[in-house]
Design a protein around this ligand. Structure first.
Ligand code: 5CA
Ligand code: ZN
Length: 410
């Protein structure tokens, strides 16, 4: 699927270093990539209804900074993102609002593209929907069945056998005990209660066609539609290649989604799914996680319609470390607007320090687990020190670095 237009990303005169990223599975910082050269990134994309809220935007800005830091280090990046354009919550919303599910998905994907473009987020090299991947998914599920990693229920549903031996083993990303897994599985799209499964944690790979639900032919599987985790496992393998340098998404995806997807992919390929698992914190509003099901949402598009400069929205998001959970407040936007104004004023004045110094400080903060709040402070300090003369070569170089590394156009 064609996605959104890329922002211009200026190249800096010198190159930076590769970053160290906190890996949820290793529970600590790891070099990503391990060796210089290339990086493969897969980020879990939206389920296209009620997008793009500030939580989504925060997640995609975080991975955008990762891509920018990688590019700055001269690393060749392959970036893949999916869109879950057929799934229960999307179908439920379509039904509830009397809209065709395809139209709902299409309109929300369009809105998301507009938001990403406005926020100057670098688009993925491949933006792939579940619907366009059905054939690949069917082939993968057939292979899992052949290998005994999956089984068919009497009604035609196909489930992944959670006990399938894979290396690294199931559970190594989230490191949860079984009780916690069962609880989260029930909360986050799983179906532990379904009778007849070998293990309540077995995950749906293929849902046999039901009356009134969209379905595809499905080859040997029979008519139906794809499960959620297998969608990402297959798209990542096909378009990015395994092992991924980074599997990314919000922290709400650690379990079951990323644990299951990694197990499916490893059972299919014999290869480790990802070297690093990078998870963003949850953005909330009024004391609760911002979520489509709760409806406590602030949309990027609404802010834009209210005339908010997208660069101010980007600064709201960058002002929080990607790993922290935070609550959005109107003050955040006021502070970001003020910061943007200050930076823009500084961009017209003489720099009091050499550009190389400011750029080195920016890189130091960003390569250390993408510390954007600290990077913003580096720019704040520079801006506060600018002198009254006209912008000079150092100012210009710093403005370019702010654009390249933070994606903020002044
Ligand atoms: N389509 C699946 C992933 S395959 C999905 O989770 N879609 S989503 O629309 O619910 O979320 C899209 C992305 O935004 C995911 O990476 C998710 O982890 C992240 N996300 C969702 N809610 C928030 C939030 N409140 N704060 C930060 N990130 C969030
Ligand atoms: Zn996913």
């Amino acid at each position: 699927m064609k996605s959104w237009s890329a922002p211009a990303v200026p190249e800096l005169a010198t190159a930076g270093d590769a970053p160290v990223i906190f890996c949820s599975s290793a529970r600590g910082p790891v070099a990503a990539p391990r060796a210089k050269g290339e990086a493969r990134l897969y980020v879990c994309g939206i389920t296209p209804y009620d997008s793009t809220h500030l939580g989504h935007a925060a997640t995609y800005v975080a991975f955008d900074v990762l891509v920018r830091v990688w590019r700055d280090a001269g690393i060749d990046v392959t970036y893949v993102q999916n869109t879950t354009d057929v799934d229960d919550p999307l179908l439920e919303r379509a039904q509830a609002t009397g809209v065709d599910w395809r139209d709902l998905a299409r309109s929300q994907i369009e809105r998301y593209f507009g938001d990403m473009e406005a926020l100057r987020i670098i688009p993925p090299d491949s933006y792939i929907g579940a619907v366009e991947s059905v054939d690949l998914i069917v082939a993968a599920v057939e292979r899992l069945l052949e290998r005994g990693a999956a089984y068919r229920m009497p009604n035609g549903d196909v489930y992944y056998r959670i006990g399938t031996p894979v290396e690294p083993p199931f559970g190594s990303i989230s490191k949860l005990d079984r009780a916690a897994m069962l609880e989260l599985f029930a909360e986050r799209g799983g179906d532990p209660e379904v009778e007849g499964k070998e293990d309540p944690l077995d995950a749906l790979l293929w849902r046999a066609a039901r009356e009134g639900e969209p379905h595809w032919e499905g080859g040997a599987l029979g008519p139906g539609r794809p499960g959620w985790h297998i969608e990402c496992a297959v798209i990542a393998e096909q378009y990015a290649g395994l092992p991924l340098t980074v599997q990314g998404g919000g922290s709400d995806l650690v379990f079951p989604h990323h644990e299951m997807g990694a197990a499916h992919a490893t059972a299919l390929t014999g290869t480790e799914f990802a070297r690093t698992y990078m998870h963003t914190g949850m953005v909330g509003l009024d004391g609760e996680k911002m979520s489509k099901s709760k409806g406590n949402l602030i949309f990027v598009s609404s802010l834009r319609e209210d005339g908010v400069d997208p660069m101010a929205i980007r600064l709201v998001l960058l002002a929080h470390h990607y790993r922290s959970d935070w609550m959005y407040r109107a003050d955040d936007l006021e502070a970001a607007r003020h910061r943007l104004q200050t930076w823009r004023a500084a961009a017209g004045r003489a720099s009091a320090v050499p550009a190389a110094e400011v750029i080195a400080n920016l890189r130091q903060e960003l390569t250390d687990d993408l510390d954007c709040p600290a990077a913003l402070s580096v720019v704040d300090d520079w801006a506060a020190g600018t002198a009254s003369g006209p912008a000079d070569a150092d100012t210009a170089a710093i403005v370019t670095a702010i654009d390249a590394l933070l994606g903020v156009e002044l």
